[in-house]
Write a new protein. Structure first.
Length: 182
């Protein structure tokens, strides 16, 4: 044998020693993945705490406890049989738009009421919630108003009319379109 072959036989082969966990690439990979997952979760939790909670009613628990009263009120509204015809155009952000509401009794005849109020709620930010008192328009049972919603997106509307002690509500969700720039 040659001298170099003899030297190669005498020197032990270099092997990786993975018996120490911190030097094992699989352990390093799993720890890296764990750190990334924990970091992303921490970021998402902190963003959930910092941003808006999405609740528009501050005392939602107390309102929820009155569910029996709400169901009874819905049944009473069915017995009244009133109808609201709301002529609401497709709303555009930041633009004053007129609309009409006609109040009909059980037999379908237009009737006057004491008050007609439109409540609007922005589910994502309660700072954009508001109400609009409608004024009597031309004709019996017709009420008019002008509405200007500042942001595009979803709004929940509740139309409430009262006559004496009777209260009638009608709710609906709408989408406000983006203002078209020319």
């Amino acid at each position: 044998m040659t001298e170099t072959n003899q030297e190669n036989m005498l020197t032990p082969e270099k092997k990786r020693d993975w018996s120490i966990a911190w030097k094992n690439p699989f352990v390093i990979g799993w720890i890296s993945i764990l750190i990334v997952v924990v970091t992303v979760n921490f970021f998402m939790v902190s963003m959930a705490i910092v941003t808006a909670p999405g609740l528009t009613i501050s005392d939602y628990y107390e309102k929820g406890k009155d569910m029996g009263k709400i169901i009874a009120m819905r049944e009473h509204m069915k017995q009244l049989g009133w109808k609201l015809n709301i002529d609401l155009p497709i709303l555009t952000q930041g633009k004053d738009q007129s609309f009409d509401v006609t109040v009909l009794d059980k037999s379908g005849k237009a009737m006057n009421v004491d008050t007609a109020i439109l409540y609007y709620y922005r589910p994502s930010d309660k700072n954009y919630d508001g109400q609009l008192t409608l004024k009597p328009g031309a004709g019996t049972g017709v009420y008019q108003g002008k509405i200007k919603l500042p942001l595009k997106g979803k709004y929940d509307l509740v139309m409430e009319v009262t006559k004496g002690k009777e209260v009638f509500n009608l709710g609906r969700s709408i989408m406000v379109q983006e203002k078209v720039s020319k």
